[in-house]
Design a protein around this ligand. Sequence first.
Ligand code: FE
Length: 403
Amino acid sequence: MGRFTLPRDLYHGENALAELSNLKGKRAVLVLGGGSMKRFGFVDKAVEYLNKAGMDVKLIENVEPDPSVETVMTGAAIMREFEPDWIVAMGGGSPIDAAKAMWVFYEYPDTSFEDIIQPFSFPTLRTKAKFCAIPSTSGTATEVTAFSVITDYHKGIKYPLADFNITPDVAIVDPALARTMPPKLTAHTGMDAMTHAIEAYVSTLHCNYTDPLALWAIKMIAADLKNSYEGDMEARKNMHDAQCLAGMAFSNALLGIVHSMAHKTGAAYSGGHIIHGCANAMYLPKVIAYNSKVPEAAERYAQIAKFLHLEGESTKDLVKALIQMLRDMNDQLNIPQAIKYYGEGGVKADTSIIDEKEFLAKLPEVAKNAIGDACTGSNPRQPSQEDMEKLLLAVYYDKEIDF
Ligand code: FE
């Protein structure tokens, strides 16, 4: 038996934000990040629409990037006092992810964070509120997924929470919000979306329901990301839809070891974070080469290449063409091909902010953590400790994969 879960309603396209005025309820909290939504006037608009719907609105502001357990608990306490029947989260991945977790502790005050770390173990939600998500970046697709990433800073661990209970009820995918993204964020989030779609397509849990979404997302991202990065707002609009399609696919098919490696290398080094989307963009070509040693996976990658009309007769040549296309995209987006060239903020540099000695010293531990990541189970090839160490060396030095 398979399960395929999406939001009940998805509003997309110009002026989709106005659908907030058709929500039915008495009170709404609006969960927000650092302030860009306010600066660009979207907070005022959202409040106006919610008021028009007859709701009182309370703002929960300043959710930080990589939101903490404390932020989640504080927000949940505000919700318990205000008693909203709608939780509306607007912004990048962080405020939406935080709001999803707040929702759990609003409805179940006696539950602890430890109780929900285990995937698919959440209590039944929607006893007090429904959830509406409005993304302003084109990458995480958290508006349609069953996932939320919350960081326990005391333990120094990022927890990917997973449960279909936190798949939103309503997603509003309005391209106006995505127009505010600067180019670098557009590049990184766009390659995150590409990785979601490709990993979902070759995942061991892929199915007839997720395949068309993944393939179409890949086609759109291949066609539109570069133009979106260069400021073409029609392409930006397409990217906002494409990342959402990718999200529908991976929320149900799950991901693979590109994400396992990105999760566990992200905050592992003292030189700075490796930005999630940028890490995925660097690791994806190497993981494709590694996974394609499994014939079934190679066949799936070749199907993607054919769908994109890439050149090649044999499966091997088609996989190669796909890898080359992704590397070309990295070049066009000013994304480094390997950690060795990873500069501050994820731009290409001659010297990496990730120290080579530290990287090598932490190699066994990071490899072990990556193997243990929740995304490894659905990867088409299960890596040994030796494989994962070699993969990590390959993504540091931009080495060929020959194992
Ligand atoms: Fe991702």
